[in-house]
Design a protein around this ligand. Structure first.
Ligand code: ARG
Length: 469
């Protein structure tokens, strides 16, 4: 027989004690203690409201509030004993409160259930996490924009030119700044997704109680306001039973990681000996224990790899939720670890890229040379013909023939003879091909959103204005 102090908070109807393996299996305190701050904030708002609604006396409220503050201080100081037999963060805090202030602690749970308690704790956490990631995403975007600006006028005042790829085959020359601004655009939407999700989850489920609401004359609006929520949830079953706020958060994390994984793939590739476009800083690369020459892009590789676990967290929770009847089911206890993990993973990857990119060095001569290879200006030559009235399809065919001739003889387009050019089309000449430099190609792409330096300058200015808001 357990003594009354150690009896489960829900133990009233139970004659037998819980089997040890069940106790371990059932417990979430190992991970949900991370919600302690949110749990106590929720309890404080709840008990103040119980006092204001004359459900508890002012003395009872004071005792409970003071006790909760001491417990919070203990937890922050690392002086709190988390007990597995107390199952989760909620019952650990409540039982510790009872240990400290006696039976009056039991009044805290008036008009409340662990179902709405965990729902409010977890919403508080996830909302803060979403806003934190929105901010970190913004910081990385700021880095992208400043890198874009830095490389718009390189050391020689010339913008850095990079080969642009489709199918990872050289396609057309682009500005490195344009490449950075592409990631800035993705990150802007990522930030927006976090903010949208935070706004949609900005509702307090507290007061939904177990599932059906409560007969106590509570004030859910006051509690919501005290906790910084925009409003209370409008349906008690939904309030305790829904986790789409966590799914949205995990979705936003997944899309962000998909973007950062593409960035990772490119930084891995461009920093290879074979490409030689990019040198990553020593501070953010690692060596090999056997091969002395190695400098490995571990940060990028790990970021690319960690996308896997972040996607997994989303799939995991979707699968947990999909078969559960309304309202709360213990399955939902499985909602937390994935959110914690995705939050931690996204945070560190965002911070690492914000550190690493400004310390990385781009090799403008190498990228320029690479941008000129692979017949990257062939489209410009076709456009030249088409501007003279030749239908673009026909121009494409003519230039395709020239690329074939050039590649079979190991030459560039501008190395073809005047005769070869004129044979292909009377409007062509060696001079025309010679004028098609990568610089001219980039400068010509003046369409809105294109890679011409003026357009990229505008994009950078617009992004800076947005970031200054
Ligand atoms: N530890 C639980 C969870 O994370 C708290 C809610 C428990 N509710 C219940 N009716 N058993 O989901």
């Amino acid at each position: 027989m357990t003594n009354i102090q150690d009896k489960k908070l829900w133990g009233g109807r139970f004659a037998e004690s819980t089997a040890p393996l069940v106790e371990q299996f059932n417990a979430s305190v190992g991970f949900d203690q991370r919600l302690a701050e949110q749990d106590i904030r929720g309890s404080l708002a709840h008990v103040e409201m119980l006092g204001a609604s004359a459900i508890l006396t002012p003395e009872e409220v004071t005792q409970i509030v003071d006790g909760l503050h001491v417990i919070l201080a203990d937890i922050r100081a690392g002086n709190f004993e988390w007990r597995l037999d107390r199952e989760d963060v909620h019952m650990n805090v409540e039982a510790a409160l009872r240990d400290r202030i006696g039976p009056v602690a039991g009044k805290l749970h008036t008009a409340r259930s662990r179902n709405d308690q965990v729902a409010v704790d977890f919403r508080l956490f996830t909302k803060e996490a979403a806003l934190t990631l929105a901010q970190l995403t913004r910081e990385l975007r700021r880095v992208m924009v400043s890198e874009a600006e830095k490389h718009l006028g390189g050391a020689d005042g010339q913008p850095v030119i990079l080969p642009g790829y489709t199918h990872l085959q050289v396609a057309q020359p682009i500005l490195l700044s344009h490449w950075f601004m592409a990631y800035a655009a993705m990150l802007e939407r990522d930030e927006g997704r976090f903010r949208d999700a935070a706004e949609r989850m900005d509702e307090s489920p507290l007061g939904s109680s177990a599932l059906a609401g409560t007969p106590w004359p509570i004030d859910r609006h006051a509690v919501a306001a005290a906790l910084g929520f925009a409003r209370p949830t409008a349906n008690s079953l939904d309030g305790v039973g829904s986790r789409d706020f966590a799914l949205e958060f995990l979705s936003a994390c997944s899309i962000l990681m998909a973007h950062l994984s593409r960035l990772s793939e490119e930084t891995v590739l461009y920093s290879t000996f074979e490409f030689g476009f990019l040198t990553l800083p020593d501070s953010h690369t690692t060596g090999s224990s056997i091969m002395p020459q190695k400098k490995n892009p571990d940060v990028s590789e790990l970021a690319r790899g960690k996308a896997g676990r972040v996607f997994g967290n989303l799939m995991g929770l979707l699968t947990v939720v999909k078969g559960t009847p309304l309202a709360y089911n213990k399955d939902l206890q499985e909602d937390k670890e994935g959110v914690f993990d995705s939050f931690d993973t996204c945070s560190v990857v965002l911070r690492l890229y914000a550190e690493m990119l400004p310390r990385s060095v781009w090799h403008a001569e190498t990228t320029l040379r690479a941008a000129g290879r692979g017949y990257s200006t062939a489209t410009d030559l076709a456009d030249h013909l088409a501007r003279s009235g030749v239908p673009f399809r026909e121009a494409h065919e003519v230039v395709g023939g020239l690329v074939g001739t050039a590649s079979r003889s190991g030459r560039q387009l501008w190395e073809l003879t005047d005769q070869e050019m004129r044979d292909a089309h009377p409007l062509l000449s060696a001079g025309v091909a010679a004028a098609l430099t990568v610089e001219a190609s980039v400068a010509g792409r003046q369409s809105y959103g294109g890679t011409a330096p003026e357009r990229v300058r505008e994009a950078i200015d617009a992004a800076k204005a947005g970031l200054a808001e």
